[in-house]
Design a protein around this ligand. Structure first.
Ligand SMILES: C[S@@+](CC[C@H](N)C(=O)[O-])C[C@H]1O[C@@H](n2cnc3c(N)ncnc32)[C@H](O)[C@@H]1O
Length: 322
């Protein structure tokens, strides 16, 4: 997918676009899409098994106005959605993370609402349902303190809504006597500064250097390491050496807002004795600035292993490491 996605091309028509975050069993998504054929719907789920199940249901339901995506809401909105794209977002029963030590994992917080505000059109809907009383209070605080939203109703939330399409989680909760909180809010016209620029891909990174060390000697000196740059946290996890080729593969985890990638960096010995560090294609990694920082950090480490090592050429973005 390009950053951002070409939504018009993906759906093949201009139509109001709605997003459901965390569709779970997919009932709500598919029912909404069936009821509103003139609107387009994106279903987003972090769980791959849920996505597969709903993809099978979608095939049978024959609904041309739905597309499913796997991923987390923050990265999805930030990287794939341009500002003022969406006419509405539904979040049904987001995980409440009830333990105090896990509250930071909750989806809804002031920073997330700011991101949501940038991706919604003025007047767009933001509907959230939860049966967790404490999370409902947190959501209420975050919505009422946000300058970007107003309730569609005279009250901040309803505890009964007979008109709505129920979700699987909701039906189970209601059967057990849970009290649900239904927030029906709306994006106002107050401008939200876009603090969430669409990430850019950089060129495929490479560093060329010369070192007296053999690949085996480099491999022996490797130990797992962490490097933090101004925009990325890098974890060099493990090094693998090919028994057949003049090549090393280093497994690296790159965490940079709004996403993380696990990539393989290669260290290749060319016939002219030059060593080239680059990005392996396995898993279709995106050559982001964080990937550039990883290639640069690996080159710096390798150059520091021997005083006669020299940097010959590089196209990587510089980074300030800590
Ligand atoms: C409690 S379940 C509710 C499922 C469904 N909405 C329902 O009401 O039956 C929460 C769902 O959100 C998904 N989820 C959790 N974090 C997410 C994220 N950051 N982005 C997208 N989906 C997420 C989970 O995989 C799970 O399916």
């Amino acid at each position: 997918m390009s950053w951002p996605v070409d939504w018009l091309a993906l759906f093949g028509r201009p139509a109001p676009l709605y997003l459901e975050i965390g569709f779970g069993g997919g009932q709500f998504l598919l029912e909404m899409a069936a009821q509103r054929p003139l609107h387009d719907f994106i279903g987003l789920e972090i769980s791959l098994p849920s996505l597969r199940k709903v993809a099978r249901k979608l095939e049978k339901a024959n609904l041309p106005n739905v597309r499913l995506f796997q991923g987390g809401a923050e990265a999805f909105l930030w990287a794939l959605c341009p500002p003022e794209l969406l006419s509405g977002i539904y979040i049904n029963f987001p995980d409440p993370w009830p333990k105090a030590g896990h509250h930071h994992r909750r989806l809804i917080n002031p920073q997330f609402l700011h991101l949501v505000a940038t991706r919604l059109k003025s007047g767009a809907l933001l509907e959230i349902a939860t049966d967790h009383a404490e999370y409902a209070a947190v959501i209420h605080d975050a919505l009422s303190q946000s300058p970007y939203f107003a309730s569609q109703l005279a009250v901040p939330f309803l505890t009964q809504d007979e008109t709505r399409t129920r979700t699987k989680y909701e039906l189970r909760g209601l059967a057990q006597g849970s009290i649900c909180h239904y927030f029906k809010w709306q994006r106002n016209a107050y401008p939200a500064p876009d603090a969430f620029p669409i990430p850019q891909e950089a060129a495929m990174p490479h560093v060329v250097l010369r070192t007296p060390l053999t690949l085996g000697e480099i491999a022996n000196r490797f130990t797992p390491m962490r490097v933090t740059t101004e925009t990325a946290a890098l974890k060099f996890i493990e090094l693998f050496q090919s028994p057949h080729e003049g090549r090393l593969l280093i497994d690296v985890y790159i965490n940079e807002k709004p996403m993380s990638q696990r990539v393989g960096l290669t260290v290749c010995l060319r016939q002219d004795e030059k060593v080239v560090i680059g990005l392996h294609e396995v898993g279709f990694p995106r050559p982001t600035i964080g990937v550039h920082h990883a290639v640069r950090a690996l080159a710096d480490w390798l150059l520091a292993l021997h005083p006669q090592s020299t940097l010959l050429n590089s196209n990587v973005h510089q980074s300030n490491e800590t």
